[in-house]
Design a protein around this ligand. Structure first.
Ligand code: FAQ
Length: 311
């Protein structure tokens, strides 16, 4: 019995083999990966902005150095991810052009403002916590370059999460005003973090095929449930109240039941109408334009060097 090219490809996936850049792959697999990896890369770049906002205002030199290092890590993650997307034939210039024109998506979470220092704690604790839950399974994603990039990213991400938790712990063990600041930030970040996992499975057009291709290892709802189950005890440890009146332990399923995410808000933010969408894109475009002279100088230098090598 002869297997078609597509069946052979699926058999390799089912056997848990990694697909490499020069291997045959269905066009839709390539497209899905370019979509997901480039969105992921854009999220890392735009994700630098909410925290970058606090670098000059971090409460101590130590906090400032840590935050600076974390934001630099995110730039690095973006670069690995763009490189992984390039192995699929995507051009970096095109990916960036799509981000700057507003055509490409990036994670909804980065369209919320960071209003107090406790927000930086919440970004590390909750946002990086959600990012790790999503990314640890991606270390076993079927496309080799993406999986390998995720290994390093996850190591750095787990440090990020610890520093966020530690900020929250310091605030929660501090003065009543600090505790209140932590709770207020938690109230604002909890629901948007649950949205990071994407729409409900029943409304997620990409999940089924991405699961079949083992690009995704868990569905959006599965990861959201894991996140709630992981975070509720941590919130209890910190003495924070989860802002969800429907949250309760379900002994039968040995997991938490929780309230419904505001999906209207989610889609509004994804469509570009969130609190900070406009500012975030503008800041990225500005940064790109401000960097034009660096790119021009690097190209001129490279040209001179090749000319010298030839003569
Ligand atoms: N925001 O059919 P699905 C980080 C879109 S972590 C915006 O379920 P899929 C680290 C989705 O693209 C954040 N759009 O899609 C950090 C699709 O639109 P399309 C980045 C969203 O791909 C921490 C449509 O909705 N992490 O950056 C969102 O199967 C702290 C239908 O959705 C990743 O990107 C959303 N939240 O599942 C940095 C992880 N959710 O493309 C700085 C890799 C869904 O059809 C500071 N990505 N959409 O037009 C994934 O795992 C998946 O792509 C999902 C979405 C789970 C995000």
């Amino acid at each position: 019995l002869e297997l078609t090219q597509e069946e052979q490809f699926q058999a390799r996936i089912d056997a848990d083999e990694r697909i490499e850049p020069k291997d045959w792959m269905p066009e839709a697999y390539r497209k899905t990966l370019i979509r997901q990896i480039s969105q992921h890369a854009h999220s890392e770049l735009v994700g630098m902005l909410p925290e970058g906002n606090w670098i000059t205002r971090a409460p101590s030199l130590k906090r400032k150095a840590i935050l600076l290092a974390k934001v630099q890590d995110e730039a690095g993650h973006g670069l690995y991810l763009y490189s992984a997307a390039e192995t699929l034939g995507a051009s970096r210039d095109q990916m960036l052009a799509d981000l700057h024109s507003g055509k490409a998506k990036y994670s909804s979470i980065f369209n919320y403002p960071t209003l107090s220092w406790a927000d930086i704690g919440c970004v590390g604790w909750l946002v990086d916590g959600a990012a790790i839950l999503n990314q640890v399974p991606l270390c076993r994603t079927s496309y080799g370059p993406y999986a390998r990039a995720m290994v390093r990213v996850c190591k750095e991400e787990s440090f990020h999460q610890r520093q966020g938790f530690e900020i929250m712990q310091t605030l929660c063990e501090g003065a009543p005003e600090q505790k209140a600041m932590a709770q207020e930030a938690f109230n604002r970040w909890w629901w948007p973090t649950l949205m990071m996992f994407g729409p409900k499975d029943a409304e997620s057009p990409n999940t089924e095929r991405s699961m079949q291709w083992r690009i995704k290892r868990f569905t959006n709802d599965e990861l959201r449930q894991k996140f709630v189950d992981m975070m509720v005890p941590q919130a209890e440890f910190l003495g924070l109240t989860v802002p969800d009146k429907d949250l309760h332990w379900n002994e039968d399923k040995k997991a938490y039941d929780f309230g419904e995410v505001d999906w209207d808000e989610f889609w509004q933010v994804v469509k570009g109408n969130g609190l900070c969408n406009h500012d975030r894109l503008q800041a990225r475009v500005q940064a790109h334009e401000d960097g034009a002279w660096v790119r021009e100088a690097a190209l001129a230098h490279a040209k001179k060097r090749t000319e010298k090598a030839i003569s």
